[in-house]
Design a protein around this ligand. Structure first.
Ligand code: PBG
Ligand code: ZN
Length: 328
């Protein structure tokens, strides 16, 4: 047993050496925590999200309080999703100067200047029909007519003080439209994190309750990607890169690690991955039943996403991990 066959065992035997040789290590800097903020909620209001145990829709004040505690525990970055009071056909509340996200960003940046605040840019939580873009009377999603509204939304987030904007709508050409409006308005330095490979996934189920963004008719299969396609993700990523995306995202994360790895091998841009609501809820549910070791599975799932090539990971576990000091 002197040769190569035994080498792994020799290197794994002592915990100290094992830690020194670990190729991938999860850090607080890798993690981004998503939050859902409710417009017009009473000061201390928090509404637990049934399908996402441990997560809440938060009023502005509760959001600040919750993020304050997370920042204290080492939170570096958050992603903000808004729930407006009023929805309409054109998603007007998404690009209102005093919309819920814009107000939240202003508040957070003044309370926590070093927190990296990222905003989700999309219309689905703001449109009465629940689609990510404008729809025709026949119910067709209109790609090109949606672009100016997404651009306006991104600009309004930038003007509120967001550190980065993240378009999740999957309209073609939106990165270019957003890049142009930012550049034309003095935000040439603001990065765009593009949801480049976003699949039409059943794993988003719990999120649609959280963000009240389920489509009222039809589905998102005409603009989100087909789960069977991996090469298409490379084309989407190439297009977003050419349009000026600064960071590319794969979403969901765990079920699409092959896509993440393929992108890592072909792109030199930083990569993000979104461990989505369904991934979170499945781990929570099995953990609550005592069927798995929830903490161990949560950390292993995130380590695997990083190992596959993610530089940044959006995860609803972020605040819990930091507050319970679960990182090495
Ligand atoms: C909306 C959006 C979705 C998610 C992020 N932005 C849902 C969707 O496309 O239906 C999903 C996030 C999650 O499931 O955690 N554009
Ligand atoms: Zn959307």
């Amino acid at each position: 047993m002197g040769g190569t066959f035994y080498r792994g065992r020799r290197l794994r035997r002592a915990a100290g050496l094992r830690a020194m040789l670990r190729e991938t290590v999860l850090r607080a800097e890798d993690l981004i925590m998503p939050y859902f903020v409710l417009e017009g909620g009473q000061s201390k209001f928090r509404a637990p999200i049934g399908a996402m145990p441990g997560q809440c829709q938060l009023s502005l004040e509760s959001l600040q309080e919750e993020i304050g505690a997370a920042v204290e525990a080492g939170l570096r970055s958050c992603m903000i999703f808004g729930l407006p009071v009023k929805k309409d056909e054109r998603g007007t509340a998404a690009y209102a100067e005093n919309g819920v996200v814009q107000t939240a960003v202003r508040r957070l940046k003044s309370a926590f200047p070093r927190l990296v605040v990222i905003t989700d840019v999309c219309l689905c939580a703001y449109t009465a029909h629940g689609h990510c873009g404008l729809v025709t009377p026949e119910g067709m999603v209109q790609n090109d007519a949606t672009l100016p509204l997404l651009a306006r939304t991104a600009l309004s987030h930038a003007q509120a003080g967001a550190d980065m904007v993240a378009p999740s709508d999957m309209m073609d050409g939106r990165v270019a439209a957003i890049r142009r409006i930012l550049d034309d308005n003095g935000f040439a330095q603001l990065p765009v994190l593009s949801y480049a490979a976003k699949y039409a996934s059943a794993y988003y189920g719990p999120f649609r309750e959280a963000a009240d963004s389920a489509p009222r008719f039809g589905d998102r299969k005409s603009y989100q990607m087909d789960p069977g396609n991996a090469r298409e993700a490379l084309r989407e990523a190439a297009a977003d890169t050419a349009e000026g995306a600064d960071i590319l995202m794969v979403k969901p994360a765990g079920p699409y690690l092959d896509v993440l790895r393929a992108l890592r091998d072909r792109s030199d841009l930083p990569l993000a991955a979104y461990q989505v609501s369904g991934e979170y809820s499945m781990i929570k549910a099995a953990g609550m039943q005592g069927w798995i070791d929830e903490t161990a599975v949560m950390l292993e799932s995130l380590l695997s996403i990083k190992r596959a090539g993610a530089d940044l990971i959006l995860s609803y576990f972020t605040a819990h991990i930091l507050q319970n000091r679960l990182l090495p």
